[in-house]
Design a protein around this ligand. Structure first.
Ligand SMILES: [Zn+2]
Length: 261
């Protein structure tokens, strides 16, 4: 049974790494932040929060900048994230820190962030935007939901691809019985973990594409899509570690349709 706590761990909903090129990662980061604080919840563009954000003066959404040529350092992190995070939002629901070029965070700066990410204020959200994650410490990566934007699989298996698309497009709003019926469609891959992992990669990409696509036309990507990505990665991790297939997949499906947080 030792698996359940592990399966439940890791679905952090307040720290994200958006990995990808420009302008995608910035577009996704901006509209995600805007949507989180929007008074209508969907980056409407018309409420007070959206309007002050567009004017560049949002009191609770911060763009963190490195002040040194060497990258984003400890001082930057302390002054622009750790200290401001200690006080309540000025007016809106979340206090959001957008860190572009997160790959330039020095190791010391990343270490200085760990505690704030691990024990976040209830209103705190981190969006790390990075061209790549090679320089990010495993301790930081493991505390964030990694969303790879614009990634493609080399040669997708058509059956798996069709099942992945079906899962991603129908899961929202399913009741528990339909969800379990969907699990039975995945079950045949139980004995073929590589196919199962490929299926998870495809579902993942389908959500990533949806996020980038929404941002590209100015719509707010749903937070559930980001959290779904976390759930998918987690299921993959359980499979990689030879954990319980059924438990991992069922839990993931329940998370994808928002039944389980
Ligand atoms: Zn709005």
């Amino acid at each position: 049974m030792g698996e359940l706590p592990h399966a439940l761990r890791g679905a952090v909903g307040h720290a994200y790494i958006l990995e990808g090129g420009l302008p995608d990662r910035l577009a996704v980061g901006r509209i995600f932040a805007k949507g989180l604080n929007c008074l209508q919840g969907d980056a409407c563009g018309e409420c007070l929060s959206c309007r002050v954000f567009e004017s560049g003066n949002h009191p609770d959404i911060f763009f963190v900048n490195g002040t040194k040529a060497t990258g984003i350092g400890v001082d930057d992190v302390r002054d622009q994230i750790v200290l401001p995070m200690m006080t309540q939002p000025f007016k809106y629901k979340h206090k959001i820190f957008i860190v572009d070029k997160a790959e330039t965070l020095t190791p010391a700066a990343q270490n200085a962030l760990l505690k704030t990410i691990e024990e976040p204020a209830p209103y705190g959200v981190f969006l790390f935007l990075a061209a790549h994650t090679h320089n990010l410490l495993p301790t930081l990566l493991s505390r964030c939901v990694l969303v790879k934007l614009g990634e493609k699989l080399p040669k997708p298996d058509q059956d798996l691809q069709a099942l992945a698309e079906e899962i991603a497009s129908t899961i929202a709003g399913m009741d528990i019985f339909e969800t379990m019926a969907l699990y039975r469609r995945i079950e045949p891959y139980k004995e073929s973990r590589e196919s199962a992992k490929q299926l998870l990669d495809m579902i993942y990409l389908s959500y990533a594409k949806r996020i980038t696509g929404a941002a590209a036309v100015g719509d707010s990507p749903h937070k559930l899509w980001f959290d779904s990505i976390a759930a998918i990665r987690h299921a993959k991790q359980v499979l990689t570690q030879n954990g319980n297939f059924q438990l991992a997949m069922e839990l993931m499906l329940l998370k994808l349709n928002g039944k389980v947080k």
